[in-house]
Design a protein around this ligand. Structure first.
Ligand SMILES: O=P(O)(O)OC[C@H]1O[C@H](O[C@H]2O[C@H](CO)[C@@H](O)[C@H](O)[C@H]2O)[C@H](O)[C@@H](O)[C@@H]1O
Length: 364
């Protein structure tokens, strides 16, 4: 159990109240799975199941029974968690807190700007969402922070004016004229790759994983340049154990790689100390906001890897994180939105609010 402060709107007065709640931590302890050492395959399975919270209890084997019980308990625990207040309902409080500060917008891609779909290659964002993100970027420096390969996420978003941090932040590039509009200080174009020396290893492991998992129907290995994804969304649950064994057997030979988990995906990446949170800090610094008190970063994301960024914001005491989720989770985000359509609504309101305040400021 951990203690966590949450801000909630009091239903009667509409005022914010801050309360401390105890939350369970399955979400956190499962963020990183050991490949070598003492980890057991059922811990992997347990974690894989935790990323599919709606499945029914199975009775096929004692191992499965253990896993099901754990998952059911998690459900009960989840329902005891307090949901983060809706960022839409708390919109006025959020914008009031940002007054006099530069909002910098960080957006995760899958599950945040685009809905989760079975085929990762078809996770398109809507034209309306694209227009909305474009409007956001007209008013605030905006970055896409994704587990995907940077080029791939760029192809989905197709907005040249944004910053892109691909491969969980290990591959960062700014827009061609990044500096002119917002950047304080230097005029250098932003480009940073945190794990270049791992490229040959990642390519090698990609090939091995493709070969090893080809016998498991529905498994898909995605090369995200500095990291890899092994998708199990389309794998029969009875085959998850087999897939976990296959992945584990490949990774055993690569102690410099680690495994984390996202939404029905095992993610393999270098053991370097770099994540979406560090990418956020890097981008703030590149934009000239390193030691500023007048910056208000907002990070919107749906996945475990986004927690690193939420945590950074909490520790900086600047801005806040918004978790995209329909169910309560143990999170470092301060607010929530239920799904990408709510993300779009929130971003639209932000643009409207900014336009209105500019009109007021310049009396137009
Ligand atoms: O950091 P993100 O932008 O959220 O990327 C995380 C992973 O997203 C993608 O996988 C997820 O979305 C797929 C399409 O909706 C879905 O099929 C899959 O089950 C999800 O895990 C992407 O394909 C991965 O490479 C990213 O690591």
């Amino acid at each position: 159990m951990t203690k966590q402060n949450v801000v909630m709107a009091d239903s009667k007065s509409g005022m914010n109240v801050s309360i401390t709640v105890q939350v369970t931590t399955p979400y956190k302890i499962l963020t990183e799975l050991e490949i070598n050492g003492s980890s057991r395959i059922n811990a992997w399975l347990d974690s894989m199941r935790a990323s599919s919270p709606t499945h029914a209890k199975s009775t096929t084997s004692s191992l499965t029974n253990v896993i099901s019980t754990t998952t059911d308990q998690r459900h009960e625990q989840s329902s005891l968690m307090v949901r983060q207040p809706s960022a839409l309902k708390m919109f006025d409080q959020i914008t009031n807190a940002s007054k006099g500060k530069q909002i910098v917008m960080f957006l995760d891609y899958d599950g945040t700007l685009s809905p989760i779909v079975e085929d990762p290659d078809r996770a398109f964002m809507s034209d309306e969402m694209r227009r909305t993100v474009r409007d956001v970027a007209r008013h605030f420096p905006t970055a896409i922070v994704s587990g995907r390969c940077r080029d791939k996420v760029y192809n989905f978003v197709q907005l040249a004016e944004l910053y892109y941090a691909g491969s969980h932040g290990m591959d960062i590039k700014g827009p061609p004229q990044s500096s002119k509009k917002y950047k304080k200080g230097t005029n250098r174009a932003v480009l940073f790759q945190a794990a270049s020396e791992f490229l040959p290893m990642i390519d090698e492991v990609y090939k091995e994983l493709v070969e090893k998992t080809k016998s498991t129907a529905g498994a898909k290995v995605e090369n995200n340049k500095f990291c890899l994804s092994v998708h199990f969304r389309c794998v029969d649950e009875k085959k998850w154990s087999e897939l976990a064994q296959q992945v584990r057997s490949v990774l055993k030979g690569y102690p410099k790689l680690r495994l984390t988990q996202g939404r029905k995906v095992l993610e393999i990446r270098p053991t370097i100390k770099w994540d979406k949170g560090m990418a956020l800090e890097f981008l703030l610094e590149s934009l000239g906001f390193a030691n500023c008190t007048d910056v208000f970063p907002v990070y919107i994301g749906d996945d475990r890897t986004d927690e690193d960024a939420f945590k950074v914001l909490r520790e900086r005491g600047q801005g806040f994180g918004i978790l995209v989720s329909k169910i309560p989770k143990d999170t470092n985000a301060s607010y929530s939105l239920q799904e990408p359509s709510e993300v779009k609504d929130f971003l639209k309101r932000l643009v409207e609010w900014k336009r209105l305040s500019l009109r007021r400021q310049f009396k137009i």
